[in-house]
Write a protein that binds this ligand. Structure first.
Ligand SMILES: Nc1ncnc2c1ncn2[C@@H]1O[C@H](COP(=O)(O)OP(=O)(O)O)[C@@H](O)[C@H]1O
Ligand SMILES: [Mg+2]
Length: 262
């Protein structure tokens, strides 16, 4: 029997390759279909000082996508902290930003917050920071954060030269962590990339199956919504449910299309 998908942890082949872009499209697609979606960006480095405290753009974008409003400005301090408990001003590696702030991110606290989000929502989308092995303290990496949260891992592959190597290394390390690999998404981050389809073919071969969805470069709102919908459909086809959505919710669902056989 297929397992339920109570949430996903979103990682990527690098920083600045579209984790937030894809996460927000996925969150918005699930919300539009009626799921209550919780979001987290547990550790963020790079934030603006506001009258209400430090605010990170990724966390605000995720909150806006989950709420369906363009501005997350009305979020209370308590709501913000539950989404982004560790927020640092400096746009540097989180382990450096945290050390400079004299803070040690507590994975047990993050796991507890994730449990609360899961109990209050149909499912939960958690965005990592940087890539899979980006350090969050002197000893711990994003992989440890993902293990603490305990959700299947979605990999956003930023399509650009070098991504074939980065994607394979990332998925191998996810497999080694013991967490389930939920699948991957092809995000066209570089409009000038040559031989995009050939790269996606090789990734399909090396990552065990085709992308759950493809996101085009500079997609307009309609195309972005379509990619988000495809991603949700493919997740629902692979798992028994995504939030409250079930395979029967997919119009024209063919259960075997685009599934990653693992
Ligand atoms: N498919 C895409 N087309 C155009 N711009 C994109 C695309 N994906 C991401 N971007 C842009 O690239 C930058 C990095 O994306 P982001 O989602 O913030 O990456 P990450 O979360 O991995 O750091 C952002 O400015 C974002 O708007
Ligand atoms: Mg991001």
């Amino acid at each position: 029997m297929k397992p339920d998908l109570r949430g996903v942890f979103v990682t990527g082949t690098d920083t600045e390759i579209g984790k937030t872009h894809v996460s927000c499209a996925m969150v918005a697609a699930a919300r539009r279909r009626g799921s209550r979606v919780g979001v987290m960006k547990p550790i963020a480095a790079g934030a603006a000082q506001t009258p209400r405290g430090l605010r990170n753009d990724d966390a605000l974008s995720l909150i806006a996508a989950a709420r369906g409003d363009a501005h997350a400005s009305s979020v209370t301090a308590a709501e913000y902290t539950a989404v982004n408990p560790y927020c640092f001003a400096a746009p540097v590696s989180p382990h450096i930003a945290a050390a400079e702030a004299g803070v040690r991110p507590d994975l047990a606290r993050i796991a507890d917050l994730a449990k609360v989000h899961r109990s209050e929502n149909d499912w939960l989308v958690v965005e990592g920071a940087g890539g899979w092995l980006a350090p969050i303290t002197a000893e711990l990496s994003v992989s440890d954060l993902a293990i603490a949260v305990g959700l299947p891992v979605l990999v956003v592959v930023g399509l650009r030269l070098g991504c074939l190597n980065h994607a394979q290394l990332t998925v191998r390390e996810i497999d080694r962590s013991g967490l389930p690999f939920a699948g991957w998404v092809a995000n066209q981050i570089d409009p000038a990339m040559a031989r995009v389809d050939e790269n996606v073919s090789m990734l399909t071969k090396r990552l065990g199956g085709p992308p759950l969805a493809r996101f085009g470069f500079g997609a307009d709102a309609a195309a972005l919504a379509e990619s988000g919908n495809t991603l949700i459909d493919r997740l629902v086809a692979k798992y028994a449910t995504v939030g409250f959505l079930q395979a029967a919710d997919i119009v024209g669902n063919s259960p075997d299309s685009g599934m990653i056989p693992r």
